[in-house]
Design a protein around this ligand. Structure first.
Ligand code: FRU
Length: 493
């Protein structure tokens, strides 16, 4: 595959002078919040993961990308590849919005294999002079040099009767000889839904109908639907917009969650389920996409950010990153997420291994950067609350805290005293309630500007961006009563 130089990459985007991008890249490189082991844009804005697929011996992953600054501008797809889901190689621009059918953005879509070749289906966004939007669903085939040959006119042009211009994000899968695509849509009565198309050749598509998941009036638009099977059960994962906060739920501007169906009928598109469940309890998690690994695992990644929100790195010329890849599973009728086992390759050394009893506060001063993995198990049989502080400064004034309270069975994360504040209009704490809390395990990945917490081997997750100031990197544990703990930390390369 072609190696792209930074200059070539930028030249392809636009006729903007190269100096513009060199200056922008210098600004980004000077940012103190660049991640060490997450996928992030060289410049500008990243959003949804796209075209995620294992093909011909390696993983291909693309993401929504506006290169020229941290705003939702003209979207391209950026392309990275990996053999292990850990080390990612830059492949340069994947998809350019360079035709009359995607002139205002190559929006989200997915990857699939046809005739042994990698194909994608994505939404070409077009705006008229009056700014009226037409979405087109375009199929394209990857060439040897990594560029895409687009099959035009689009496979699905415009909007079918009954829907508005919010009609996008095709996710393709194949059953026997038939290709299916599920798209996020808005009905003309401004309610959200997902529609399914079918095709024999992945080029000419027929609208099959709406997926029936029995959730009436569930938001005004469903973005990024993804339908797949795990352990014989069908899962629809999607990002509905327009849900109101409800207790500890739906606290972010938009949500991502799922329904699980025991008995999915492709003919009727009927997916019986026991309701919608939020997938992540953190602050910054949206627009998931999954792919199947050669050994049959269902791997998920998501945008670690949200639309319509400002982030502290905006002023540094870049915004957002993707989550770590996670393996999905089903336990007790709910989706679980675990960091993929390949991530152990990131470990360089074990810096803390402590077993003991906690009463009061124990602090661990950390050398080096915020780039580590932590495993903590707590025996909570004494019913005492425990607080885990991360990114704490030497004066113990600033921190990101995780409080585990066996009396309420809630885990609460709080970023109100952590580094640069942002998104405070949506609150600074998030909670997750567990059924049982005699023992809790936390598996945490901290990078320069993010934290991903896996509770009880994936039963719950909290995914969040954080922007700690310099020196905010210590760890401490606190409890008013005796609590037995086991703590391990690995530095990550
Ligand atoms: C989700 C989304 C998708 C769309 C893309 C555009 O974040 O709004 O629905 O395809 O982003 O960047």
């Amino acid at each position: 595959m072609k190696e792209w130089t930074r200059a070539e990459r930028y030249k392809k985007i636009t006729d903007h002078p190269e100096e513009y991008f060199v200056a922008l890249a210098e600004k980004v490189d000077a940012s103190a919040f660049r991640q060490h082991y997450h996928i992030q844009p060289h410049t500008g804005l990243l959003n949804d993961p796209n075209g995620f697929i294992h093909f011909d011996g390696k993983w291909h992953l693309f993401y929504q990308w506006f290169p020229m600054g941290p705003v939702h501008g003209l979207k391209h797809w950026y392309h990275v590849t990996s053999t292990d889901l850990v080390h990612w190689q830059d492949e340069g621009i994947g998809l350019l919005p360079d035709t009359a059918y995607d002139s205002h953005g190559a929006y989200s879509g997915s990857g699939f294999v046809k005739d042994g070749q990698l194909h994608i289906m994505y939404t070409g966004n077009v705006r008229s002079k009056e700014w009226e939007r037409t979405p087109n669903q375009i199929v394209a085939r990857m060439q040897a040099d990594g560029s895409f040959e687009k099959f035009l006119p689009p496979a699905i042009q415009g909007i079918p009767e009954g829907y508005t211009d919010h009609f996008r994000d095709p996710k393709v899968w194949k059953v026997e000889d038939t290709y299916y695509a599920i798209l996020g849509a808005q009905r003309t009565d401004e309610t959200g839904t997902a529609v399914v198309y079918e095709s024999a050749d992945a080029l000419s598509w027929k609208l099959k109908g709406e997926l029936d998941i029995q959730l009436p009036d569930f938001g005004y638009m469903w973005e990024c639907p993804d339908l797949f099977e795990i352990d014989g059960q069908m899962v629809l994962l999607f990002s509905p917009q327009g849900l109101e906060p409800e207790g500890d739920h739906y606290q972010n501007i938009f949500q991502t969650g799922y329904v699980i169906g025991k008995d999915f009928q492709l003919d009727s598109l009927d997916l019986e389920n026991d309701g919608f469940h939020e997938l992540d309890a953190g602050f910054d998690f949206y627009a998931t996409q999954t792919a199947e690994s050669p050994d049959g695992r269902r791997i998920l990644t998501a945008w670690m950010g949200l639309p319509e929100m400002a982030y502290p790195t905006d002023r540094e010329g870049w915004a957002h990153c993707l989550t770590l890849p996670r393996e999905l599973g089903i336990r007790n009728g709910r989706l679980i997420q675990r960091p993929v086992r390949e991530l152990e390759e990131l470990r360089t050394s074990k810096s803390i291994a402590e077993e003991g009893t906690l009463k009061g506060k124990i602090a661990f001063e950390r050398e080096g950067r915020n780039s580590y993995e932590m495993k903590l198990t707590l025996d909570l049989s004494e019913q005492a609350p425990v607080t885990v502080n991360l990114c704490e400064d030497d004066d113990q004034e600033n921190r990101f805290s995780i409080t585990i309270d066996p009396t309420t069975k809630k885990i609460t994360i709080d970023r109100s005293a952590c580094g640069i504040p942002f998104g405070e209009e949506y609150g600074t704490a998030r909670s997750l309630r567990l059924e049982e809390m005699d023992q809790v395990s936390l598996h945490i990945f901290v990078d320069t500007s993010s934290i991903e917490i896996f509770v009880n081997d994936g039963e719950g997750t909290f995914t969040s961006r954080i922007f700690p100031n310099e020196g905010e990197k210590n760890i401490s544990l606190e409890s008013p009563e005796k609590t037995t703990f086991n703590l391990e930390i690995w530095e990550l390369g």
